[in-house]
Ligand binder design. Sequence first.
Ligand code: SF4
Length: 1018
Amino acid sequence: MVENRWAASHEPLRLRAETLDAVVREWYEELHGPVQPLVGQLNRRLAEYALDRSTAETDGALAGEPASAALADSFSSRFSLFDDAGVGTADALVAEFEGSALDDRITTATVDAYRHYRNLHADYVDEWVCTRGEMFHAVSTAEQSLSALSPELDVVVLSGYHEFRPVERRLIERLVDELPMIALLPLHQDGRSGVDAVAEDALDVYEALDFETVDLEPVDESGRAFGTITESLYRPDPDSVPAPDTLRWRELPTPEREIRFVARELRTELANGRDPDDLAVVIPGTEAYSGYVEDTFDTFDIPHVTTAASQLNRTFTGSIVHDLLNLAEADPRAKNLTSLLANPLVDIVPTDQANAVTAAARRRDTVSVAPLLDDVDDQAATLIEELLTTLETLRTGDIEDATDTLRRLLDDRFNLKETTEDYATGAEQAVEQRAYDLVDEVLTSFESLASVSSNLSPLALFTRAFDGVPIRVPQRAAGGHVEVMGLLDARMRSFEKVFLVGLTSEHFPVTSEHPAFFEEMTDAHPRFDTGDERLRGRYLFATLLANVDQLTITTPEAGDEESAVVRSPVLDELQRVTDIEPETGVDDRVGSREDLQRHIAATADQRAAVSRAGDRGDISPDQTKRMDRGLHCADKRGTAGLSEHDGVLEPETVDEVYPPSEREPYSASRIERYVECGFKFYADNVLGIEDPDDVEVAPTPLETGSYVHDVLERFFADLQDDIDEGVDLPKFDRDTLATHLSDIAVEELHDADFQYDGLFYERWKAELFAGLSDEGSRLYEAGSNPHNAPEQGLFARFLDNELSRDDTDRPHLFEAPFGEGLPDSDAGPFTVERPDGSTVSIRGYIDRVDVNREGEQPSLTLYDYKTGRAPYMTKTTGGTKFQLPIYLLAAADVVTGDLFDQGSLSATYYQVRPPNDLKVPRGVESKFDSEVELRRFLDDIVPEWLGQIDDAIANGRFHTTLLSARGANCRYCDYRRACDVRHHRKREFVNEVGTDEAAYVPLRVRDDKDIEAVMGDD
Ligand code: SF4
C-alpha cells in the first residue's frame, strides 16, 4: 500500500517497502551465502518433540502426560522469545536464570525442554537453516558495513514498531550507526502514558539513539478532531471533548443486526461511489462474527475479503486433513466421511453416491461408517473401503510411511495442489492455496524429522500438529474489495471510513491466557515478557481512530441467545471523554432484496410498489413479473369465491392431466385424501409432486402400518386350515401362539423393504416385540434410559386381546382384495352405483373379516387396522371417512354364499398403536337405529357421496380444505407455505363453495344438515 501511494506521486523505483525480516535475510545471505529461515512448522515440531522428551522423563514439572498442542504452542513461542533475546543455548538460559527468584522446578523444566529443543535442532535441522534470532544477531554484529551491502540506500524509514524484541533493538542500533534513518511512531500523548503507555519502549530506543523528534500535526479537520480525542483518553480529568460528526456509535439489538446495519451502510457508501478499498470493517472478535459476515455480506452483494487470521481447520483444505485423520481412527466416524465427501475439493466417489452416503447417515442416526456403505454401489463402497484401509498406516505404521501415505493421498489421489489452484477466484482461492502450503509445510517438517524417535503413533503426532494451526490471507488479495480484518491488522493502515464492530469486553481487548508457568517466568524476567495486551489494545484503538476519516463503532445490546453483553472498557473511556451516546433502535432501512420485500409487504398498494421497484431496477424484470403475479394470486385468494387461483381447473384440463383411466379405480384412502384437502390431493396425485425424502431414524408411520398389517394378516392366515372355516384361536395355547406370532414378525422384519439402525430403531422394535417371546426380545437391545422398553409391546398385547375376545367370532378373511388391477388378485371390477345410475369404480383390501355363525342370524364384522389413532365414527357418517362403508359394500363381493345378504353387518377400526394402545370402538352400525338404516346408508347415501367426489375431481375442484386445520392436518402438510389457506375465513369459504354445484361439501362441515336429516330426505 505504501508503495502504491508512493508510485502515485513519485518515481516508483525510489522506494521499496520491505519487512525488516526480509531485509535482514538479504543482508545475511550477502554475508554468509544462501540461507533457509527456520519455518514455523519445523520450529513447532522441534518444540513438540522436545516436550515429548521432557514429558517422558520420570520426574520434573513436565513429566507425565504427552504434551498437548496448546502446551507445544506456549513453549514454541517462548523458545522464539529466547531466540529473539539472543539466548541461543540451554547454557545461556541457565546463566539467564541464575540467581532468579523463579521456582526451581520451573527453571529446571524450561532449561531441560530448551536443551532438548536445541539438541534436536543441532541434530536434525540442516546447517544452512537459520533462526530469526541467529540471522538478526549475525547481521547486527557483522564486520562488514551494512551500507556497503546496500549501497543504493539513501535513507531507511522504519514504521510499524511500537515495541522491540532485544535482537531487533540491537539491529536498529547498528543501522543508526551506518545509515540515515527515520522512524515513524504514532503517538497520541507524551509517548509514555495514557494510550501511549505501550509505545514507551520504542520511544526509549529512539531517544537513546538520539533521533531528532519531529511532530507531525494532523493534516485535515477529521484528523484534528480525532487527535483531540486520542490526546485525552486515559488521562486523569481530561477536558470534555465533543464527539465530531465523523464519529458515530450505533447500538443494535444483536450481533447479527449489527452486521446487517454495517452491510446497509456499506451498500449506501458503495452506491454513492466510494471505492471499496477506502472502506474497512474491523472486527476484534473475528471468530465470533465470521459466520454473520459471510452470510450477510453475500446477501447484500458486498464485495469483501476477510484477511483476519483464521484457523487451518476452517478452510476446505484443512478440513480434508482433519477428516482424513479422524477416518484413520480405529472406529471411523460417519460424520467425518460425510464431511469429506461433501468437501468441494474432493472427488472420491460420484456425486450421487456421495449424496447417498449423506442421506443414509442422516436417516440411520449411526455414528460409525460401516453401515453407510450398504447404501452405495459396490464401486463406491470399494473406493471408500480402500481409502480407510490406506489410512490405517497412520495408526499402525511408522512416521515415515504415514507421512508418505498422507502426502500421496493429498497429492496423487486428491490432486490437491492443482485443485486449490483451480478453486474459485480471488480471496477464496488465496485462502485455499495458503492452506495447502501450510499442510505441505507440516508434512515437510515431519519428513525432515522422520528419524526422531517418538513413543506416539503417527496419527497422534499428526493430530497434535494440525490442531489450531493459524492461517492468514495475504492483504494483496483484498484489492477492489471491502476488507474485513482484525484490530491488529488495522495497525498502520489508513482508510476513509471504518466500521469497528463488536466493541465488547469479551472481544476487546482480549488478554491471552498463558499457563501460570510462564506468568511466573515473565514476572521474574521482564526480558521474556510478551507485553500487556490491555495497554496494547488502548494504543491500537487510538491509532485506528487517528488513521481514519470517519469511524462508526457498533455494539450489540445482547449477545447470541440473549446473553448479557458488557461494553469494552475502551468504549467506556471514549464515553467518559466525549460523552458520546449510542444511537439505538432497530435499523429498518432497505439494503437488500430481502429488506425491500419486507417494505413492500407493509405498503397499502403492493402491486404499485413492486412496479416502482421494477422501474428503478431494484428488482429484475423476471422478479417484478413473478412478484406481481404472486400479489395478484394472493389478492384473488383473499376472496372467498373459487377462481383459477384457488385450485380450480377446467374439466377439459382434468381430462388431459388426470383422466378417468388414471384416477379410477379409486382406493378408499385416495378418496379420503381428496376430501381432506383438494389442493394437497392435486399436488400429490395430479401434479405428482414427490414427498421430500425426509430423513428418518426409525420406520415411518406408513412403513410401520404396512409392516404391522403384514404380520397380523399372516398370523391368522397361517393358522387357517380351511379357507371356509374361521380361525379357532383358543384351541392353541398362548405360548404356541406367541412363538408363532414372533416367528412371523421376525421373518417379516427381515423381508421388510426398510432398513434402520441406531437407538430410535431399537426403541421402535422394543415397542412391538417386548414381552412376546425370547426370540422376539433378542431382536432389540433393551437398554436403560433413554429408551425404556415397555413390558408388553404391541404384538403381546394384540395376542392377549385376541384371546380374551368372544370366541364365537372367528377371524375368517385377511387382506381380502376387491376390485380390479390389484397386484396379487384377479378379482373383477367393483363399482358402486349412484341413484342416477352412474358408477364409481373402487378397489382395495379389507384387512380382516370375522364371521359368527353361532346365533340365529350370522354376523359379519369387518376390521380396519389402524397403527395410528382410529378416527371417530362421526367422520364416516359426516362424509369425510369412507373406508368402513366401502369395505362393507365390497364385502358383498368378498364373502361367499348368502352371508352378506342374510348376516348382520358391522364394521369398525381396530386400533393397534405401538407400543400397546389397543382399542376396538363400536362400529359404524352403532350410528344407525337399525340394520335397515345402515343398509340404506350403504346403498344410497355412500354411493351418492362417492359420485359427488368423482364429479368434483372431474370438474377440477382442487381447492384447499373445507375442514378445520386440524381436520386436514395442515400442520404436517408440505404445502402449507404455498396453499395460502385462510382458516379464519373458513365459514365464508364453505358457504361460497356450498353454492358451487360441482364441489363436494362434506356433510360434516355443513350447518344446515346432519345425517338424520339426510336419511330423512331419502
Ligand atoms: S396446508 Fe391444509 S389447506 Fe393447505 S394444502 Fe395443506 S392440507 Fe390443504
